[in-house]
Design a protein around this ligand. Structure first.
Ligand SMILES: Cc1cc2nc3c(=O)[nH]c(=O)nc-3n(C[C@H](O)[C@H](O)[C@H](O)COP(=O)(O)OP(=O)(O)OC[C@H]3O[C@@H](n4cnc5c(N)ncnc54)[C@H](O)[C@@H]3O)c2cc1C
Length: 472
């Protein structure tokens, strides 16, 4: 089940420079994966053009509420490093060492993400990241055509249809290969629905999200600890805040779409303010523009998309969210999309532009893993919403860290495998199930980490968990 990914990573032919190639690769979408993939392809001698539906956000202000922060972790960092972009990014990220839980009473609880100071996740503004990637892509010779919307792809003739957003005119072209990096509502994927035996599922959560802001304090100071992700878990509702380099925090409110306290039920400023004062009192004090932000910003939906095949012979490939959108609760959608970039170019380094083979092997290696992170992201939704404030849950997390400290090669918490290691997601999922069972057995009879039955722990770990490096 896991062998495809394993084979791929173990036999890397590291970024062997390729001769300049004549064919042009067309990418659809200059969001987050498109420009990064473009850079990695250009570095291998390909000519790359990107068609992007939106205007250039460096010249036109992006719409309010669309600049939500992202948590960047090891998989994303690895891909950025391969493209030579990680060091410059360091100026626009803020490391977050753990979660700070805000209780309704105002009490704060810190829960570290990793086993030490090196295991952090990094807050970055989506807009800053997108701009940095587009600048870098253009500096590498990639042409980005803005306001050029892909409206179709003829799978027989491999012709791509583009609508010019400025003139309204349509044109068609036949590039060497087309890669759909056009996000969760992919137009390219919609075309593939016409194929025989194309499998497709999409599942929306009953919850939506809205971006809000905690402004900076005096002299641009952060009003909360800036090296943490702040979370106000309240069962059916949740607020989180991620730091920005300008002293602000980008907050995301998660609420049900319908019901008593929901996006549908809040129709006035006082509805919103009263709700916040009751459920998030300390945050409310820091949000003077709360009601303005709330009504100015759009409400977004969250969807899991699974489909197959991702490719049509060597002509077309779905990539990033277009192939496998996931809900944001593991902070992995982008990291997973960036990992797609790593894998695709590793296959190109191995096989050259035998697109049919590269696309086929790409899907074979990735899909089992993107399905796994999709499932783990849903699990984490429940965990963040309902469990992070539960003392027993926090106790299990402490035991997990203690086990990892003693058996760092064998017992690595699932969160760490996903976030701080590049172990295939499917392996993280499978080992996570085994470790969960061990934790239940070890934690249920005790109240304190000191009372852990280390003999039993050692027995279970040695019997059931091979060292992580042997399976990844
Ligand atoms: C609330 C929220 C929080 C998130 N937090 C995290 C996080 O902390 N960490 C993480 O790793 N991931 C996170 N994600 C997921 C992450 O945002 C996505 O996985 C990532 O943006 C996917 O990149 P992409 O390039 O595939 O798609 P996108 O970034 O969506 O880019 C798609 C691009 O294609 C363009 N486009 C669309 N249709 C067309 C068309 N027909 N023609 C031309 N262009 C088109 C769009 O304008 C856009 O520029 C979060 C997502 C959400 C919604």
């Amino acid at each position: 089940m896991f062998s495809a990914d394993r084979r791929l990573t173990s036999s890397l032919d590291k970024s062997r420079p390729m001769n300049r190639r004549t064919e042009t690769i067309s990418l659809i979408g200059a969001g987050l994966t498109g420009p990064l993939l473009a850079i990695l392809l250009v570095k291998r001698g390909f000519r790359v053009e990107i068609y992007e539906r939106r205007p250039d956000m460096r010249r036109v202000r992006i719409s309010a509420g669309r600049s939500i922060n992202l948590a960047l972790s090891v998989r994303g960092i690895h891909a950025l490093t391969e493209a030579g972009l990680w060091n410059p990014m360091r100026d626009i990220i803020i490391p977050m060492r753990g979660r700070i839980m805000h209780a309704q009473t105002g009490e704060l609880t810190f829960q570290p993400y990793g086993k030490d100071e090196a295991e952090v996740i990094n807050s970055i503004s989506r807009a800053d990241l997108n701009i940095a990637l587009m600048n870098a892509a253009e500096a590498h010779g990639v042409t980005i055509h803005f306001q050029q919307q892909c409206t179709g792809f003829d799978v027989k003739s491999a012709a791509l249809s583009i609508r010019d957003g400025k003139t309204g005119r349509y044109s068609t072209m036949q590039p060497g290969a087309v890669i759909g990096c056009d996000g969760s509502a992919s137009a390219i994927r919609t075309e593939m629905l016409k194929l025989n035996r194309f499998n497709f599922s999409q599942e929306y959560l009953d919850y939506g999200y809205k971006e809000l802001t905690i402004p900076a304090g005096l002299e641009g100071k952060h009003l909360l600890d800036k090296n943490a992700l702040h979370i106000w878990p309240r069962g059916n509702y949740m607020l989180i805040a991620l730091p920005n380099i300008d002293g602000t925090f980008a907050c995301i409110l998660f609420l049900p779409f319908e019901g008593a306290h929901s996006f549908a039920s809040f129709t006035t400023r006082s509805d919103v303010c009263e709700f916040f004062k009751t459920h998030f009192p300390d945050a409310t004090l820091l949000m003077p523009q709360l009601a303005d932000n709330y009504f100015a910003n759009p409400t977004g939906g969250m969807v899991t998309i699974k489909c197959s095949p991702w490719h049509v012979e060597g002509k077309l490939l779905l990539f990033g969210d277009a192939a496998h959108a996931i809900v944001p609760f593991f902070g992995q959608g982008l990291n997973c999309g960036f990992e797609d970039c790593t894998f695709l170019v590793e296959l190109l380094d191995r096989h050259g532009p035998d697109w049919a083979r590269v696309f086929h092997e790409f899907e074979e290696a990735r899909k089992v893993n993107t399905d796994a992170i999709a499932d783990m992201a849903i699990e984490n939704f429940v965990e963040m919403r309902d469990r992070v404030a539960d003392p027993r849950f926090l106790f299990r997390k402490k035991v997990e860290l203690a086990l990892e400290a003693r058996y760092p090669r064998h017992f690595v918490p699932k969160y760490a495998m996903v976030t701080f290691h590049r172990v295939p997601y499917s392996i993280a999922l499978a080992r996570g199930v085994v470790q969960d069972r061990m934790l239940t057995e070890l934690c249920d009879p005790i109240e304190r980490v000191e009372d852990l039955d280390w003999v039993r722990a050692e027995q279970m770990i040695r019997n059931e968990l091979a060292p992580l490096e042997q399976v990844s």
